[in-house]
Design a protein around this ligand. Structure first.
Ligand code: PMP
Length: 361
């Protein structure tokens, strides 16, 4: 499709073109059943197969152990900021948070409504340009869980390690890195991710939760916000986000066909590596993030001149590379290069960066 732009948005973002085109071919008549997935009952045999296959394929590509539940929920990453404390503050009502950016901070503030929540480390004093090292000694021994945001979409940082929390469950927001790298799920008590970056359309949130953590929500927790409600009903307690689940399922199949998450990760390392190498070699662009903590998904850079940054974003847009502006809270540039961003898009961006540098130096 000649009209398609390279969309560097942090989310919603690009989806694999073959997935979109297959969905388009099936839009009015899904696999000969005479109706669209948008129209069919969520209790139908056809949709039953869609959601079962989606879960099975996600389990396969993420190698999710059997003692973990997979749920497809609504409410975005943001609702998880509340559901996590409502369900996991189960004994001491204490939880320890690592604040590495705006999303982690929002999660912390939400949790603070429900218990004794402590910030055990933060990189805010250095505008979130690095990931703090936390060890078991930093964690309160009676904490009910430890919370991290594994990839910080706005600042472009990513954990270079999985914090060792011992027996205390580790909760991770993986909204902007799920399926971009192989993850040992067994190291986490709960992982959640909004769909609209690496998974599918907005409207669906994946929750992967160790089974023994279910069932601790207090009596006052609304039924809908109790993970047990969704786990016991296979994400079908009420009408799920059917179309988003369908597309996500198609993306999971596509990942399998492409050789799995490991194969995608190799490409992601190469894509991000090219961009960071170019930025580091240039004296025109800078990346403020500590090298070992840099995200493969969100590459943040600046020229050091806010007006020039704006010009960059506008001129790139005119060449079919859209949404290169940094988050409205920090400005500068951000190239979000999720799984579906082809190498061709990264190459085109680097060519443009060279041209812009030559014209504006
Ligand atoms: N966590 C992270 C890491 C995010 O990047 C975002 C949104 N971009 C959110 C949470 C919030 O997600 P949502 O908009 O789905 O509520």
């Amino acid at each position: 499709n000649q009209n398609r732009v390279f969309n560097f948005s942090a989310g919603p973002s690009m989806l694999p073109l073959n997935v979109i085109e297959d969905a388009a071919a099936n839009l009015a008549d899904y696999e000969g059943c005479g109706q669209s997935v948008m129209e069919m009952s969520h209790r139908s045999k056809e949709f039953g197969k869609i959601i079962e296959d989606a879960e099975a394929n996600l389990r396969e590509i993420m190698n999710i152990p059997d003692n973990y539940k997979v749920m497809f929920l609504q409410g975005g990453g943001t609702l998880q900021f509340a559901m996590v404390p409502l369900n996991l503050l189960r004994a001491s009502k204490k939880a320890d948070y690592v604040v590495t950016g705006s999303w982690a901070k929002k999660a912390y503030k939400e949790a603070a409504k429900f218990g004794d929540i402590k910030v055990i480390a933060s990189s805010e004093e250095n505008t979130f340009t690095y990931i703090p090292e936390i060890t078991k000694e930093d964690i309160r021994p009676d904490a009910d869980y430890v919370y991290v945001c594994y990839n910080n979409t706005i600042y472009g940082t990513h954990y270079p390690y999985i914090p060792d929390t011992g027996d205390i469950p580790l909760v991770a927001d993986m909204s902007s890195c799920i399926l971009s790298e192989e993850i040992d799920v067994s190291k986490f008590g709960l992982i959640f991710a909004g769909a609209q970056k690496n998974v599918g359309p907005a409207g669906m949130t994946i929750v992967i939760m160790r089974e023994d953590l279910l069932g601790f929500a207090g009596d006052t927790v609304p039924t809908y916000l109790d993970y047990k409600t969704h786990a016991e009903n296979d994400s079908m307690y009420n009408t799920p986000p059917c179309f988003a689940i369908y597309i996500a399922g198609e993306v999971f199949k596509n990942i399998k066909n492409m050789g799995g998450v490991g194969a995608l990760n190799k490409v992601n390392v190469e894509k991000a590596g090219k961009l960071y190498d170019y930025i580091d070699a240039s004296d025109f662009y800078q990346c403020p993030i500590r090298e070992k903590d840099r995200s493969l998904m969100n590459v943040v850079f600046v020229t050091g001149d806010a007006d020039l940054d704006k010009k960059f974003v506008a001129e790139a847009k005119a060449e079919g590379m859209v949404n290169l502006n940094g988050h409205r809270s920090i400005g500068g540039m951000r190239a979000s290069i999720y799984n579906a961003m082809p190498m061709e898009g990264v190459n085109k961006l680097i060519e443009f960066m060279k041209k812009f540098e030559a014209e504006n130096k």
